[in-house]
Design a protein around this ligand. Structure first.
Ligand code: ZN
Length: 121
């Protein structure tokens, strides 16, 4: 199967559904990005974040926690990170925060042995 957006080959069972499209992990994360959502506040804050790249004070508490965990423990599978963060966050929320961090080039996804890991940029 091919990604509807970037045309990359997607392994069986790895495709992600979004708005009726079959997307690869990267395009799916991009599609979840608040920058593309109809959310003026998110776009505004992401733009301010770009200006202040590197300053930890511009991160949400959840984003700081994601970065802290990746710094301390290295790459991790998203469901395991979700478990670590406990009941206060859902997978869609976590993926949204990850997408924001990805746009700031603080983190990225990586595939190893057919599994997706999140890691520092
Ligand atoms: Zn793609």
């Amino acid at each position: 199967m091919k990604c509807d957006k970037c045309n990359a080959t997607i392994e069986q069972g790895e495709e992600r559904q979004h708005n009726g499209q079959n997307l690869c992990e990267d395009c799916y994360i991009d599609a979840l990005s608040p920058l593309k959502a109809c959310d003026p506040w998110a776009v505004h804050s992401a733009k301010s974040l770009e200006k202040l790249t590197g300053s930890p004070s511009t991160l949400t508490p959840l984003q700081s926690e994601i970065l802290k965990d990746l710094e301390r423990n290295g790459p991790i599978e998203p469901p395991l990170l979700l478990q670590k963060l406990g009941a206060k966050v859902t997978m869609p929320q976590l993926e949204r925060e990850f997408a924001t961090l990805r746009h700031m080039e603080r983190v990225r996804g990586e595939k190893r042995d057919g599994k997706v890991y999140w890691r520092l940029w």
